[in-house]
Design a protein. Structure first.
Length: 255
């Protein structure tokens, strides 16, 4: 049995990845390829689809080669429709992930989880966030983000990007302090300072002891942490400076 690092089991993650990837493709295919993506300035709907298709190839290459690919995965060939490029990358990624137990060892960029399960989770949230972006470009209603997937996404962005990636980038905060996050039955604390950025799961009571506390429904906290929601989407108590620091650091880690 594979260990679950987040609140959602790996079977659910793979199923959701297939659903979200299909939805992203459908939204982008029905949108003008030149439609701007408000959340990623300079990108069009076509560029968004190409980006995700290349990420799918990068992840698959990482798994099949057993190491970080030396080169970014190929762009669409001359004359190859971007929609076809995306669909092929999606199918190959899902086939690779489905063929391996999530507990099986795979090369990843997170030392805490060198398994195929890491890629199920990472590719789901890569897809889900960009599905949201595609809907903005299409000026269409957003499909709901299920609460369980949103809570898993909050866990990933805090424990992977805030805790792990910022450290590997040599980035830290300028102000010492802790920020608690509470959404439903899930809670976390993120602590930053000039020499650290760390995050961990905790009880709701422990989260309330942090210097500042961020609360909202799971999808709102998820989108806020990814820079896809307005500051007013969440409730912040105890001040705003430390929460703003977490948000700003994540813009560096997730760009």
């Amino acid at each position: 049995m594979s260990r679950e690092l987040g609140p959602v089991d790996h079977g659910r993650l793979l199923e959701a990845l297939g659903i979200e990837a299909r939805l992203l493709g459908e939204v982008a295919h029905a949108t003008s390829p030149d439609s701007p993506v408000p959340t990623t300035p300079g990108w069009t709907s076509s560029e968004l689809l190409r980006h995700v298709g290349s990420i799918y190839r990068l992840a698959r290459g990482w798994m099949t080669d057993g190491r970080r690919p030396a080169h970014w995965q190929r762009r669409p060939l001359p004359g190859e429709p971007v929609a076809e490029y995306f669909d092929t990358g999606r199918a190959e990624l899902l086939a690779e992930l489905s063929a391996h137990d999530p507990a099986a060892r795979a090369s990843t960029w997170w030392p805490a989880d060198p398994t195929y399960g890491f890629w199920r989770r990472r590719m789901l949230h890569e897809t889900l966030i960009h599905r949201f972006d595609a809907e903005l470009a299409a000026a269409t209603a957003h499909a709901p983000i299920p609460d369980d997937l949103a809570a898993d996404g909050v866990d990933e962005v805090l424990t992977l990007y805030f805790d792990q990636k910022l450290a590997t980038m040599g980035l830290a905060g300028t102000r010492h302090g802790t920020v608690g996050f509470r959404t439903g039955n899930h809670s976390w604390i993120a602590r930053a300072g000039p020499d650290e950025t760390v995050a961990w799961r905790c009880s709701p009571a422990e989260a309330a002891t942090a210097d500042e506390l961020v609360e909202a429904e799971a999808p709102k906290v998820y989108l806020w942490l990814w820079g896809r929601a307005a500051p007013t989407a969440v409730t912040v108590t105890g001040g705003h400076d430390l929460a703003a620091q977490v948000w700003a650091l994540l813009r560096l880690a997730t760009r």
